[in-house]
Design a protein around this ligand. Sequence first.
Ligand code: HEC
Length: 177
Amino acid sequence: MRRLSLALMGLALACALPAMAQTATAAKAPAAPPAAPVRTLLSVSEVMRHIVNPAAETYWAHTGVIDDEKGSNDRTPTTQAGWDLTINAAAQVAEAGNLLMMDGRARDPGGPWMKYARALNAAGISGMAAASAKDHDKTFEVGGDIYDACFNCHAKYIQRPKNSLYKQGVEGAVPPK
Ligand code: HEC
């Protein structure tokens, strides 16, 4: 019992000490907010493979007109369920932009990485708005913005040989899969 109460006292003291230290500095500067309990689990590559890429593919697959041997195939949703799928995909793209900006993923927080991640974020938000408004043309146009965000970041941050067609933006160059 005595041992327990000693242990409890020790615990109380240990808790009080940081609090006292904080009060001492609090006079000078406001206490910093507690660190957010956030832990990045997936690598950038895994975020791409499991979140960004499937979401973007779903979005793209439900926009635009594809001409094939069977004729003209307009893939724009015609049902609420179809539009909902597009909205969901755009929402995932938007929030994925934030995932890429988190500590542990952002490659160079002072450089253009954040700009490209924000571009992905903005394109996703526009996609949600366009699909919510069931705007055929705008939904397709935003698909291009999403693609540009991928392309620009990859061009800068994925190592490629100097003579890579992809790097030069030459027609026929394809993004990595
Ligand atoms: C802010 C930067 C950034 C944006 C935006 C971005 N990517 Fe990436 N992506 C990367 C980097 C960096 C890699 C290479 C992984 C690494 O270096 O760890 C990568 C790799 C990939 C890969 C390969 C993943 C694997 O299996 O290793 C795919 C697929 C991919 N991206 C798809 C996309 C698509 C689709 C988009 C747009 C909808 C996109 N990315 C937007 C930075 C970005």
